[in-house]
Write a protein that binds this ligand. Structure first.
Ligand SMILES: Nc1ncnc2c1ncn2[C@@H]1O[C@H](COP(=O)(O)O)[C@@H](OP(=O)(O)O)[C@H]1O
Ligand SMILES: [Mg+2]
Length: 425
């Protein structure tokens, strides 16, 4: 296939050259109308490229996380330097920092450092102290191993290995605070860290916000199981079963990357791929759709595993009052958004304790994917989530409700209205 090279990236010839180069060529003769049409087409092609880079970066990050999770599951003593705790005692691992540095590097290379603002969960300061040096060394080797594979994913790779200070700088660069204007990438390098360290479900979430709207979202779910029922089980059951017939990379058996672009009217899913496989977005992707079940009696609702993150008592009351009869599917991370988008659950509810402020990186990618797969996501009063106010979903009322359809969604909102005042939330 014909190709051309910019820096170290080889693009297939159908990938458009940057719009501004062609713009100069057409400007002289173009009418105002033509110029507008051209600008719209260019924006569309730039968005294709953004989505393609984002999907590839998440595919690559999934491989990184799988290696770290395997190592975390080794007997105690062999993995002690792979994780530590943040000030609030929540865990953080080599994978959190390594994914953040890797994605930060890829986006800066592909779109230019000066055009790449990133909001992301991890803060480099926790890696800067002397006692963090062993952890930082693991982050450095993990990032370099991952980026060595980048060209096989069709992404740029560095000419030489990145050094400690460069990696700390890449992590620290993800310090955008978002806001109502401008474009921001939003990254949760390992969402559901508790699930991740326990060998269970987790997700890698990357989204792009433009002027307060989520315009694309990518969700990597490396442990998404073969059968939807297994979402309910801890991964160790899955591990035992899959030993009998290990799922190959690139099969639809385990792990997936979901993605969608706002207004595209479709959401897509790829199997996890490894560096040796072709990452042709169209060839390896399938369209996904939310479930068509609208009868609450046949619906499944999912929620966080941890009671501390969402009131199980309140959601049990809501489920009962609308007629949901099945046991809740309790799953770590944004894999819950993936379950609704794939049609494996009909409802996702989260009611955090009063005063907790939801962060944009915990929701942005999942929201656009569910919406484009045909579902509805709002706060628990029925208003859209507001991604224009910085790193928090400011103004979020009561909780978050995602549903496969408008009917179920309305019933749950009504149930929240009816029971909110008597709840302790
Ligand atoms: N007290 C709390 N209430 C609600 N959400 C919380 C919380 N503490 C942490 N979280 C968020 O819940 C996310 C995990 O979601 P879930 O409970 O659905 O698995 C965490 O993401 P991280 O694991 O990326 O930090 C974190 O952002
Ligand atoms: Mg998170």
């Amino acid at each position: 296939m014909l190709s051309f090279t910019i820096n170290t990236v080889v693009f297939p010839i159908q990938v458009p050259v940057p719009a501004r180069w062609r713009w100069r060529r057409v400007c002289a003769s173009a009418t105002a109308e033509n110029r507008l049409a051209w600008a719209q087409q260019s924006a569309c092609r730039d968005r294709d490229r953004e989505l393609e880079v984002a999907v590839k970066a998440v595919q690559m990050a999934c491989g990184l996380c799988q290696r770290v999770q395997e190592a975390l599951l080794l007997p105690a003593g062999q993995n002690s330097s792979l994780k530590t705790s943040k000030d609030d005692q929540s865990p953080v691992t080599v994978a959190d920092w390594a994914v953040q540095a890797t994605v930060s590097w890829v986006l800066s290379q592909c779109f230019g450092e000066e055009h790449t603002s990133i909001i992301a969960e991890e803060d480099e300061s926790e890696l800067s102290s002397a006692e963090s040096t062993p952890l930082l060394d693991l982050v450095v080797s993990s990032v370099n191993r991952c980026l060595r594979e980048a060209p096989s994913y069709g992404l740029p790779g560095p000419d030489k290995e990145l050094r400690r200070n460069e990696i700390v700088e890449l992590i620290g660069r993800c310090n955008s605070r978002g806001g109502p204007k401008g474009r921001f990438w939003v990254l949760d390098p390992v969402d559901g860290t508790l699930g991740f360290v326990r060998g269970d479900q987790y997700a890698i979430a990357l989204a792009l916000i433009e002027d307060g709207e989520v315009i694309l979202g990518v969700l990597g779910c490396p442990n998404y199981p073969m059968k939807k029922e297994w979402l309910n089980y801890h991964q160790r059951y899955y591990r035992i079963v899959s030993k009998l017939s290990p799922p190959a990379f690139g099969s639809w058996h385990k792990g997936c990357v979901l993605y969608a672009r706002k207004g595209g009217g479709q959401a897509w899913m790829q199997p996890l791929l490894d560096a040796s496989q072709s990452l042709d977005l169209e060839k390896s992707a399938r369209v996904i759709q939310v479930s068509s079940v609208s009868d609450p009696a046949s619906a499944t609702f999912c929620e966080p595993v941890e009671k501390a993150n969402s009131s199980h008592l309140f959601t049990a009351g809501l489920a009962h009052s609308v007629g949901v009869r099945k046991q809740p599917l309790r799953v770590y991370s944004m894999v819950k958004y993936a379950a609704v988008a794939r049609g494996h659950a009909e409802i996702f509810m989260k009611f955090a304790r009063a005063g907790y402020k939801e962060k944009v990186w915990d929701h942005a990618a999942g929201v656009v994917i569910i919406q484009e797969a045909g579902g509805v996501v709002t706060d628990a009063r029925g208003s859209p989530l507001d991604f224009s106010k910085g790193i928090y979903l400011e103004g979020l009322d009561r909780g978050i409700i995602a549903c496969s359809g408008a009917l179920l969604h309305r019933r749950i909102i009504e149930a929240v209205d009816a029971s909110w005042d008597s709840s302790n939330l």
